[in-house]
Design a protein around this ligand. Structure first.
Ligand SMILES: [Zn+2]
Length: 358
């Protein structure tokens, strides 16, 4: 399933058509120029058939090396590659026919001419709201590392199933990832960075009924990457891409789950022992020492915990562990990792005698 609420997009099919007849071609262009076609049939009113299952069929066939040209749908990844090529050839000044010829040479097939025209004009794209359709399209960056750190910490990852509008017995899966926190600058930072990762506008930062700031986006790809318990092997290439990515992962994680005590001690709490162990390794790698080589037990499952932001009591259902940064490493921590969260950063700066508000 790779539909993220795009089932309602009536234009969704037209760039999937492999080879329409001449009549259909005219219909496409009619719709494109906003004209009514002689038949009165606008291409935008086509029935949305199950694009997903068909694309999957083709994908499966491709894997088996038995691609059938009769199939009308191409897998999304292939369409995205083709569309990128179309844009490239376009910038080289090639005509539409030349572009199609090149696509056929490269891929053995090409999308409909009308589709190529739409792509060239930027009127449609195979992304259809799915900016990062699979992990293959996710590029390592400081922004992504930060987002991963935040989600590994306090962020949430959830799946929802809702009825597809206008269809009986048809459902859309929603993949949500987001964050609910008390510091607005933290929520805004997350929104800004996840927007750059997904190539979209920053999601809105809302105040929820508990007076906390919430940001939420839908992304199947990030959902798969960050489902809990976190698969460390999966996130590694993004987290350890370079030193700066490590810094940003840690900043996201410490923004989420880190605390600076009044005496300047930096502590990170989490229920995932393995993730904390990995964090100790990362901190060491960038020259920040911790007080122990292994995460330490903070609180056993079943104990009452006070949520400091709401004052409510709840029972922890998992053991809680912590990692403590050696105070000798505080300066390095501030320089390399730092905090987005103002109150945490200030406390650390005050401790280090670098109060910028003096
Ligand atoms: Zn990097």
């Amino acid at each position: 399933m790779d539909d993220e609420g795009n089932g309602q997009d009536p234009g969704v099919n037209s760039d999937l058509v492999a080879a329409p007849g001449p009549g259909e071609e005219a219909a496409h262009l009619g719709g494109f120029f906003g004209l009514e076609t002689p038949t009165g049939r606008s291409p935008l009113k086509r029935e949305v058939v199950s694009e997903v299952s068909l694309a999957n069929q083709v994908a499966v066939q491709n894997q088996e090396g038995k691609q059938k040209s009769k199939k009308r749908y191409l897998p999304r990844e292939l369409r995205i590659r083709m569309r990128n090529d179309v844009l490239k050839y376009n910038s080289l000044g090639l005509s539409i026919n030349q572009v199609i010829k090149r696509l056929k040479m490269k891929y053995g097939l090409a999308p409909a001419k009308s589709t190529v025209i739409y792509w060239r004009k930027g009127l449609r794209s195979p992304f259809h709201g799915i900016r990062i359709p699979s992990l293959n399209f996710l590029k390592p960056s400081e922004d992504l590392a930060y987002v991963i750190g935040v989600i590994v910490g306090d962020g949430f990852v959830s799946q929802r199933v809702k009825p597809r509008y206008g269809y009986k017995h048809s459902y859309i899966k929603q993949y949500n990832i987001g964050l609910t926190v008390r510091d607005v600058e933290f929520a805004e930072e997350f929104s800004k960075r996840i927007a750059r990762v997904l190539g979209r506008a920053p999601p809105r930062v809302r105040l929820n009924k508990n007076c906390k700031w919430t940001v939420e986006v839908q992304s199947k790809t990030l959902f798969e990457l960050l489902t809990k318990p976190i698969n460390i092997e999966k996130i590694k290439p993004y987290v350890e891409h370079c030193d700066k990515c490590i810094y940003m992962f840690l900043r996201g994680f410490f923004d989420s789950d880190g605390t600076v005590l009044k005496d300047g001690t930096i502590i990170l709490y989490n229920t995932d022992y393995e993730v904390l162990k990995y964090t100790i390794y990362l901190l060491e790698k960038i020259g920040i020492e911790t007080t122990s080589k292994e995460p330490k037990l903070f609180q056993r499952a079943g104990k009452l915990i006070v949520d400091r932001s709401t004052g409510k009591l709840y029972k922890g259902n998992k053991d809680n562990y912590y990692v403590r940064v050696r105070k000798e490493s505080n300066r390095t921590f501030l320089k390399k990792v730092g905090f987005t969260v103002e109150r945490k950063r200030r406390r650390l700066e005050v401790y280090l005698g670098k109060d910028i508000f003096r």
